[in-house]
Design a binder for this molecule. Structure first.
Ligand code: 13P
Length: 251
């Protein structure tokens, strides 16, 4: 089955507004034939309206890196799904490992955010991935299994078909230690197996699963050649125009 292929740049907490503008402009102008691939930017929430405006006439989609799940209220410092949709976002990144491990986000919160995304017509890009100690204790599959079951709890099959999953092993994020294509492929197969258990093989086959964790122009090819790797969620290497352009034009 032809799954959507997606290359996303997670800009995390980087860039002044001027730097975000330059980055967006450079990438948009440098886009060649996307070969049907989708390109997504996740800028700082403060920069999102400006970047959406710049991306309007391009094929690039924009999302935010986090949101709260309530629609409105006394939640100082948070942004709601209503606001994310209203500003014109297509995607919402949910459950990134930095949200889970720096800010204490639980599977239950991830699930509430996934529900909120569907309630407001946003596409959730749901991140899962194990810590180094979990990999060393041979628990990677178990961790990813429970993160997926948590994220998709009470999500219908019809809704799940619109999701995107990103497998990001925490030990590979920002460390320069990329998973080998074999390790990544085996975890992506595991993600599909769990999704098939929750829903069906057809649905599992239709959900794009991106790899994230130290993806660079010089390692993306081996990863992207794998059957179950449908693109990349890129941190550091998405902050430079040329390296991101090199990544999205792989293969
Ligand atoms: P790096 O590409 O910097 O390792 O970050 C990966 C990531 O966390 C993307 O969401």
């Amino acid at each position: 089955m032809a799954r959507k292929q997606i290359f996303a740049g997670n800009w995390k907490m980087h860039n002044t507004l001027a730097e975000s503008r330059d980055l967006a402009e450079g990438v948009i102008q440098g886009l060649g034939d996307l070969k049907g691939r989708e390109v997504v930017f996740f800028p700082s929430t403060l920069h999102v309206p400006e970047i959406i405006n710049m991306a309007k006439k391009s094929p690039v989609k924009v999302g935010v890196q986090n949101m709260y799940y309530e629609e409105q209220g006394a939640f100082t410092g948070e942004n709601s799904p209503v606001m994310v949709k209203d500003i014109g976002c297509d995607y919402i990144l949910i459950g990134h490992s930095e949200r889970r491990h720096v800010f204490g986000e639980t599977d239950q919160m991830v699930n509430s955010k996934v529900k909120a995304a569907y309630a407001h017509g946003l596409v959730p890009m749901i991140c899962v991935g194990e810590l180094l100690e979990e990999r060393e204790a041979d628990k990677s599959e178990q961790v990813v299994d429970s993160q997926l079951r948590g994220a998709f709890k009470d999500i219908s099959e019809e809704q799940a078909k619109k999701a995107v999953v990103a497998y990001e092993p925490v030990w590979a994020i920002g460390t320069g230690k990329v998973a080998t294509p074999e390790i990544a492929e085996s975890m992506h197969q595991h993600v599909r197996k769990v999704l098939a258990e929750i829903y069906s093989e057809g649905t599992a086959d239709s959900i794009p699963v991106l790899y994230g964790g130290s993806v660079k122009p010089d390692n993306v090819e081996g990863l992207y050649a794998k059957e179950n790797i449908d693109g990349a969620l890129v941190g550091g290497a998405s902050l430079k125009v040329q390296s991101f352009l090199d990544i999205i034009s792989v293969g």
